[in-house]
Ligand binder design. Structure first.
Ligand SMILES: Cc1cc2nc3c(=O)[nH]c(=O)nc-3n(C[C@H](O)[C@H](O)[C@H](O)COP(=O)(O)OP(=O)(O)OC[C@H]3O[C@@H](n4cnc5c(N)ncnc54)[C@H](O)[C@@H]3O)c2cc1C
Length: 256
């Protein structure tokens, strides 16, 4: 089974967020980056499938040069090779643009399975995987927790709301968007880190893929959440103040 895993590099969760001078995104200077969480689970599912059934796991990532570091991390965890779509200007693309870049880069790979995360931890559109499947003309399913190989293709476990689950049988090739949290993630071993340096990494310039960078969705501005801290004095007898407090906790804070 040939499995391609799309991995996005995103800012560290505890990074100090400032808005950039254009007011359209966060300032990326002095920020640490890491692998998008649901993509790490997608990678784990791919590695487990390869361990059980053989085949190849290929990591795909689009972004500037620093993204190579996240691809190497995936290779150190056990992926076989990587594809890096190099672009310093992904902010000029919307989800359709990024998915089009990825489709152009992997169309000839003829993968059996393409896994993406459910959504990115920074922009969080949750669209790229589904659009990629449509561009490649393959079937897709979202919110996947578990993948098993079956006689006719794959059997996947989907998460619904309120503890409900669904089993779906799918033919391959297929694209699945993976939900976080179902398995224990592996760490890269020292040997894995050493081996990663020698694994094949195909570098493709985004500009060479012939994809238009004219987005149909334009990000106008971003805003940090405003912090509101006010003090309210509850007056009256202790019983009256307690009753007012309970009402506030029920109606305003909604914790009771
Ligand atoms: C201001 C601005 C800043 C932007 N900054 C970035 C940026 O830092 N990085 C970036 O990639 N794009 C960036 N973009 C481009 C683009 O809008 C998004 O990458 C694209 O729309 C994906 O949306 P999303 O991040 O919400 O991913 P989602 O649709 O939520 O992602 C779902 C899954 O798709 C896959 N995926 C998404 N993007 C990539 C990728 N680049 N490489 C590999 N797999 C991917 C991952 O598996 C991810 O879990 C930016 C756009 C704007 C307007």
């Amino acid at each position: 089974m040939k499995i391609i895993v799309a991995i996005k590099q995103v800012p560290e969760r505890d990074a100090r967020i400032r808005i950039d001078s254009a007011g359209k995104w966060i300032a990326l200077e002095d920020i640490e980056f890491r692998m998008n969480e649901s993509d790490a689970y997608a990678l784990e599912e791919a590695l487990l499938l390869r361990e059980a059934h053989g085949g190849e796991v290929v990591v795909l990532s689009a972004g500037p040069e620093r993204v190579g570091q996240t691809i190497r991390e995936a290779l150190a965890k056990g992926a076989d090779r990587g594809i890096h779509i190099v672009s310093d200007a992904l902010s000029g693309y919307d989800a359709l643009g990024v998915a089009s870049l990825m489709a152009a880069a992997i169309r000839d790979e003829a993968a059996d399975l393409i896994l993406t995360g459910l959504q990115s931890d920074d922009l969080g559109l949750g669209q790229t995987g589904v659009i990629l499947a449509e561009l490649l003309g393959i079937c897709h399913a979202s919110l996947i927790l578990k993948i098993e190989k079956s006689d006719s293709g794959i059997r996947v476990l989907r998460e619904l709301e309120d503890g409900w689950f669904q089993h779906i049988d799918m033919s391959t090739p297929a694209l699945l968007t993976i939900q976080s949290g179902n398995t224990k993630l592996r760490y890269a071993t020292l040997m894995g880190i050493k081996k990663a340096k020698t694994k094949d990494l195909r570098v493709v310039e985004a500009a060479a893929l012939g994809v238009s960078a004219t987005p149909c969705v334009l990000l106008d501005s971003v805003a940090l959440p405003s912090r509101q801290k006010t003090t309210q004095m509850l007056t009256g007898t202790p019983a009256e103040a307690a009753a007012k407090l309970v009402e506030k906790l029920q109606q305003e804070v909604r914790v009771l």
